[in-house]
Write a new protein. Structure first.
Length: 94
């Protein structure tokens, strides 16, 4: 699936490269209301047996060098370029 991976610096990832269920979207909206943040940052950090773990942070602005996935109107999920290969074609559920 390398052909679906955007080049570093590309600001338009494939539309279907990352999805979220209705339950995940509802969860994100509740968390954003509680935190007063405006968007979600999904990154990958070093940890655990596999060497990686997903990390979700609530942020107010798009980080530099991150792709912007609009999960629905005014609900943005950002993925740093370096984390994208680990989350592309994933579906987030809660």
């Amino acid at each position: 699936m390398i052909d679906k991976q955007p080049a570093i610096g590309d600001t338009t990832p494939p539309k279907d490269a990352l999805k979220a269920t209705a339950a995940a979207i509802a969860h994100f909206k509740r968390k954003l209301e509680q935190s007063e943040a405006t968007s979600i940052l999904l990154s990958v950090k070093t940890a655990g047996c596999s060497g990686l773990k997903y990390d979700i942070t609530y942020v107010d602005a798009k980080p530099e060098n991150a792709f912007d996935f609009e999960l629905e109107a005014d609900l943005h999920l950002y993925v740093p370029h370096e984390a994208y290969p680990f989350v592309q074609d994933c579906q987030i559920d809660y």
